[in-house]
Design a binder for this molecule. Sequence first.
Ligand SMILES: NC(=O)c1ccc[n+]([C@@H]2O[C@H](COP(=O)([O-])OP(=O)(O)OC[C@H]3O[C@@H](n4cnc5c(N)ncnc54)[C@H](OP(=O)(O)O)[C@@H]3O)[C@@H](O)[C@H]2O)c1
Length: 287
Amino acid sequence: MLPLEGKVAAITGGTSGIGACTAEVFIANGAKVVIAGRRQDRGEKLARKLGDAISFIRTDVACESDVKAMIDHAVDRFGRLDCLMNNAGRGSQNAAIADVDLEQFDAAITVHLRAVLAGMKYAVRVMAAQGTGSIINVASVNGIRAGLGGHYYSAAKAASIHLTRCAAMELGEKGIRVNSISPGMIATGAFAKFMGMQPDEADDHPEYAEAAIGAVVAKWQPLQSVGRTDDIAQAALFLASDASRFVTGQNLVVDGGISAGWPIAAVRSDRDLFFRTIQASLSARFA
Ligand SMILES: NC(=O)c1ccc[n+]([C@@H]2O[C@H](COP(=O)([O-])OP(=O)(O)OC[C@H]3O[C@@H](n4cnc5c(N)ncnc54)[C@H](OP(=O)(O)O)[C@@H]3O)[C@@H](O)[C@H]2O)c1
């Protein structure tokens, strides 16, 4: 039996990148999947490609009634809801504290935090009646480590990680597990979109992100390969399946080691300088 046989999942931000890849992996593992996003053409095209096990519904996660309609659609179309993956997101903007644009901050909070809460609100009603469910909130390594991402994005992702824990404490007694995944740098169209490229074109060319990540990976990550959407989809598969039945309230970091510390390649020369300086001082002292 496949790990997601008989299970139904809804994935926001399912029209591209991590969400679209996760939909494919879930279907290959037996699930029925609803994908949600704003781009109707792209969502319908993906649904046609993947066949009867998938359904697209146009959804803006900033709109509460759209989020409710997405959950209703999953139940109407496939009869139940076992997994909600709150994955919709947008790029991280850089702004110095003295120059922040509070409307941009609100927009980041809306898609990365408020929408996560809205998704849980409507999913929980279905999952509680079933007595089972798995909610996966896609956060970011920037939610646990400062300095790489912009302030709006990083703060919103950190809040979504903590909201995940809070929800897990409430919902465990209803049989609902709530976990987050924090990706590191994953080659998707998100980066090129953020740089102004037309969204469909950016999504069809993840190699631009792959090249950019490849340029910095040696200094930022202990593992030297570029993160792929499938790396996150496999983590989501684990959290959606019964293999993780005893896991809740956790943040599963899938980042090639970025958050663990400084890669040796980044510190080797400074570390050598440190010891050479001590050696020189000691030699001078005892000469
Ligand atoms: N790629 C990385 O390196 C990385 C790292 C850490 C975390 N993440 C997180 O992973 C998640 C997926 O990102 P990705 O890299 O796969 O980027 P992506 O390919 O750009 O996917 C983002 C998805 O979110 C959807 N979306 C954006 N705003 C929406 C809204 N208001 N309503 C509904 N859907 C919306 C987009 O669909 P439409 O345009 O069709 O609405 C798109 O399908 C995001 O939460 C992101 O923050 C990514």
